[in-house]
Design a protein around this ligand. Structure first.
Ligand code: ADP
Ligand code: ZN
Ligand code: MG
Length: 479
């Protein structure tokens, strides 16, 4: 019997508001432990939460970008549980009335685009962080993260392979970052996901029992963890065993998952409407205003790049994966209208140095106008493509214009015919054996001569001109 997997993801994304969801403490990552706290986010009795409207605005942005409907009235609920990183002993979340529901996104798969349903997007607050001392039997708690606004994006169980799950995750990550409502930093936990998975015989409609992989924080681990779980489920089911519904943890070192706890039922949390917070009312006018302010999203941008710039879908996908990179590309093309050449340079040289320096597009010392200027110098035959790479590295390091670098380093291409003629005739004089080979019909030695000219000119000879003069002089010799 053949089995197939059924996968649904719950994504948690921290919203990029400057203050927390229910108090005015800073959300900045990396502060000294417990510096970003106040009586409200420390859960002191007698304090009252005040909701941050910006968090709602950001949630609506995401909901609209994911084709969700927005509920005119939504409500905060208390999710009750005890854990030392949760000072109030309940988390403010949304339950029976979330802010948005019934959406979908399109993901790319090897078999083409697929539509994945989104069950709901609701708001909640993050918990604190426990820090376990490695040497002493002590744990510390840091409440800086307590109360940072989160959205939870719950998908329908529409994915069938770990690759689809990963593609879905990347799609949502990129939308959040495009909207500038989440920094998407997975190492710092700003974007994380719980992956639910079950298996069933191919052709059946009913779902199998699921397990949940908790707090996955890299695209690769989500794929690896799901592969492991799918194999584990399939083996158990094939041998007539039963899957226990439980929460499991993926260990990246061993590549295996281990049981963490058997899944608590939702009613264990004793959800009830939070009496300290009024229901939220969102009017149509505000929704329209937010909708009109949405930026172009990655999928639309990619389509436009293919259509308007005539670049291949692969290039368009790479360039639009980041909003900053896409905007950089468009600016360069604005100054230098050869989209394919610009795309080549960004995908190779520019992305190479970005990666090597772990730098960001906006910190780049090479501004779009300067990259355009460099490409124009190649087009005008002032420098070769090869020299341009050297110039580019210098621009990246210093921020100087290509003009200045080319002049100061004497890199201008030699297009002076008489100068090249004398270099070439000297090379032919110095290499009689190679010339003889050529005259004997071994025309491939031309490559050797070109190499020698380039060496003599330190790479600055104009290649077109070199080839022309070489063939003139060689044909004179054979005459
Ligand atoms: P729970 O109440 O256990 O949290 P939910 O019904 O809220 O379960 O679903 C949580 C996530 O699990 C959703 O993303 C959903 O698509 C997914 N899911 C639900 N049932 C299954 C299943 N049988 N197999 C795989 N994923 C599932
Ligand atoms: Zn606070
Ligand atoms: Mg759930």
């Amino acid at each position: 019997m053949e089995y197939e997997a059924v996968i649904g993801l719950e994504i948690h994304a921290q919203l990029l508001t400057s203050s927390k969801a229910f108090c005015s403490c800073s959300t900045k990552f990396g502060a000294q432990p417990n510096m970003n706290t106040c009586p409200i986010c420390q859960g002191m009795p007698g304090t009252l939460p005040v909701f941050n409207k910006r968090a709602l605005e950001y949630t609506i942005k995401m909901a609209l970008a994911c084709n969700c409907s927005i509920n005119g009235i939504s409500r905060f609920a208390r999710k009750n549980y005890y854990y030392p990183d949760l000072p109030k002993n309940y988390q403010i979340s949304q339950y029976e009335l979330p802010v948005s529901e019934h959406g979908w996104v399109i993901i790319e798969t090897e078999q083409g685009p697929r539509k994945i349903g989104i069950t709901r997007i609701h708001m909640e607050e993050d918990a604190g962080k426990l820090v376990h001392d490695e040497r002493n039997p002590v744990s510390y708690v840091d409440y800086n993260r307590t109360g940072v606004p989160l959205i939870e994006i719950v998908s329908e169980p529409d994915m069938r392979t770990p690759e689809e799950a990963s593609s879905y995750l990347k799609t949502l990550h990129s939308i959040l970052v495009y909207l500038r409502i989440c920094d998407g930093n997975m190492e710092e936990g700003s974007f994380r996901c719980d992956a639910n998975v079950s298996v069933r015989p191919v052709g059946t409609v009913e779902f199998g029992t699921k397990t949940e992989l908790k707090n996955m924080n890299s695209f690769k681990n989500v794929q690896k963890g799901l592969h492991y779980e799918i194999n584990r489920h399939t083996e158990i089911v094939r041998e007539g065993g039963r899957i226990i519904q439980e929460t499991r943890l993926f260990d990246p070192t061993s590549g295996a998952t281990v049981s963490m706890r058997s899944k608590e039922q939702a009613h264990d949390y004793r959800y009830f409407p939070d009496p300290d917070l009024l229901p939220l009312r969102v009017d149509e006018e505000w929704i329209t205003e937010i909708k009109n302010g949405l930026p172009e999203l990655p999928a639309e941008k990619k389509e436009r790049f293919i259509k308007d710039f005539g670049i291949p879908p692969y290039d368009a996908g790479v360039l639009t994966a980041s909003r900053e990179l896409a905007e950089y590309f468009e600016e360069v093309v604005n100054y230098f209208n050869n989209p394919k050449l610009v795309s080549n340079w960004i995908m190779t040289e520019f992305m190479r140095v970005l990666k090597a320096d772990e730098s960001s597009v906006k910190d780049s010392l090479v501004k779009p106008a300067q990259l355009a200027e460099l490409l124009r110098m190649i087009e005008d035959g002032k420098i070769s493509g090869k020299i341009a790479k050297t110039v580019f590295d210098e621009m990246w390091a210093t921020g100087f214009s290509p003009d200045k670098i080319v002049l100061e380093k004497g890199l201008l291409q030699v297009s002076d015919t008489s100068e090249l003629e004398s270099i070439i005739s000297k090379i032919l004089d110095d290499n009689p054996a190679e010339v003889k080979k050529y005259l004997d019909g071994k025309t491939q030695v031309v490559g050797f001569f070109v190499g020698q000219v380039m060496k003599a000119s330190k790479g600055k000879a104009n290649p077109g001109l070199v080839n022309k003069i070489l063939s003139e002089q060689l044909s004179k010799l054979s005459a």
